[in-house]
Design a protein around this ligand. Structure first.
Ligand code: GLN
Length: 483
């Protein structure tokens, strides 16, 4: 039963082959048995899950249907869940029980999804290896000595190991697509504003976006359908109708114009990944797509701009965690200043403190123009590059990451080495565009992802291309040994 996709589960439940309660019990037992190797969950919500599963079974018995009715999922531990610990992977929020559900959580629950638990993540979503969590590193099911990617590494490892069919993630600079690539999943970062950020603990508000992680594009369509939509509680939510994503999967790719940026194949890219990317292009050509070389001339400025903007926003967002209003408070503070200093010093981990310092520096009076303002100008240039490219092509294709999953600890002494892994993903966040990563092969037994980018609100196009590719390839069906 654990091998079933969301789409197969929906059919099995509709055909009464099994109940949501049976499925939920099976998966909870599997998590108890296998997750100690992976550390992909921070909290399990067994009671809630069984209650939701029974309620979903009752709704089906009453004639209701729906692709998510009775489907087991998990939430990255930065989506607020009422009465349940929402830690953001941090000691700072270890004892925080959210007083309300995030919009995404509430929408998926209303659609009948069953929450098995809250998944591990990099502290405050800062990272690309899932090693900065207060709850310990997550392991990659494809090789337990390697990282699963981050920051949604818990969601990715759990889905890749068939502990459950799908999970939510968030993507500020790649945190859905990069762990999807490193664990052989399909992951989609929607257009900025497509999915509500209300109740999603903020890292960098102008970049953060929630989205689905699953094994197939078909399942991403199902989960995104439950997540997307206008939310008056989020001032950056966009009031655009949500199309039927599952209906968009079957379009023909005949004549689809694919742009491959020449800048993507520079020295930093593992040549074995480059070869797999070229193979995926050939596969899409067989399906009728036409390929064209394009240019994204400002791409080389993306990492420096992102690592000014994201920390700047983080330094502001994380100022609320001061030991008074929210979060951890140190023991026996001597005075107010001591309380602030020690609460934040003890509550935040090293990477979070590094980002807060970088951000506060970039925003300070003497440096604002030199760093923050300049980074915002680069952001506009990057967006303009994409707008020009999308005048010529329908979709942009390239690698999701320059390297496969690295060994645990390999980049710990050099944070910038980890930042460089975001080179292909962060441009979509800076421009607000939707992006998807899908399985494209293996290097040394480790998965490799191909990334597709599309114009604003063209999530359906991404899912269509990925689904057609998956109908003609079997990379996404491979299962890690031992799971
Ligand atoms: N690796 C990037 C960072 O550390 C992106 C993380 C994310 O998307 N949440 O900021």
């Amino acid at each position: 039963m654990h091998q079933l996709t969301l789409a197969e589960i929906a059919r099995g439940l509709a055909d009464k082959k099994f109940s949501s309660e049976e499925l939920t019990k099976t998966l909870l037992a599997r998590i108890a048995q296998l997750d100690p190797q992976l550390n992909s969950f921070i909290s399990l919500t067994e009671d809630l899950a069984l209650q939701q599963a029974k309620a979903a079974d009752a709704r089906r018995a009453n004639g209701e249907s729906g692709a998510l009715l009775g489907a087991p999922i998990a939430h990255k531990d930065l989506f607020c869940t009422q009465g349940i610990r929402t830690s953001c992977g941090s000691k700072m929020l270890d004892n925080f029980k959210a007083p309300y559900d995030a919009t995404v959580v509430a929408k998926l629950a209303a659609a009948g999804a069953v929450t098995l638990g809250k998944t591990n993540m990099d502290e405050f979503a800062m990272g690309s290896a899932n090693e900065s969590s207060y709850y310990g590193a997550v392991k990659n099911p494809w090789n337990l000595e390697h990282v699963p990617g981050g920051s949604s590494g818990g969601s990715a490892a759990a889905v890749a190991a068939r502990l459950l069919p799908a999970a939510t993630g968030t993507d500020t600079g790649g945190s859905i697509r990069q762990p999807a690539a490193l664990t052989n999943l399909t992951g989609l970062k929607p257009t900025y504003g497509r999915v509500s950020r209300w109740g999603m603990i903020a890292y960098a508000s102008s970049l953060d976006q929630g989205g689905p992680l699953a094994r197939t594009a078909e399942d991403c369509a199902i989960l995104l359908q439950g997540m997307a939509g206008f939310d008056p509680q989020d001032s950056t939510s966009i009031d655009e109708p949500v199309p039927d994503y599952s209906a968009s999967l079957n379009g023909s790719l005949q004549g689809l114009r694919i742009g491959v940026p020449k800048e993507y194949f520079s020295a930093g890219l593992d040549p074995r990944i480059a070869e797999l990317i070229h193979n995926s292009v050939k596969e899409l050509e067989k399906l009728g797509a036409v390929v064209k070389e394009i240019s994204l001339p400002n791409m080389q400025h993306a990492i420096p701009a992102y690592y000014v903007i994201a920390p700047a926003e983080a330094s502001s967002n994380l100022s609320r965690f001061d030991g008074v209003r929210f979060g951890y408070r140190c023991e026996d503070p001597k005075n107010l200043e001591d309380l602030y200093k020690r609460s934040r010093g003890e509550g935040f981990g090293a990477e979070v403190q590094r980002r807060i310092m970088v951000g506060a520096y970039a925003l300070s009076a003497g440096y604002y123009d030199a760093y923050y303002l300049k980074a915002q100008k680069i952001r506009r240039l990057i967006k303009n590059d994409f707008m020009a490219a999308f005048n010529e092509v329908d979709i942009i294709l390239g690698p999701t990451t320059p390297n496969p999953a690295w060994k645990l600890g390999a980049k710990n002494s050099d944070p910038v080495a980890a930042y460089l892994e975001d080179v292909y993903t962060i441009t979509a966040n800076l421009a607000g565009l939707p992006g998807l990563s899908m399985p494209a092969g293996f290097v040394d037994g480790l998965p490799v992802g191909v990334q597709l980018l599309a114009p604003y609100f063209q999530e359906g196009r991404l899912l269509n291309v990925a689904h057609q590719y998956q109908l003609n390839t079997d990379w996404h069906t491979r299962t890690p040994t031992g799971f």
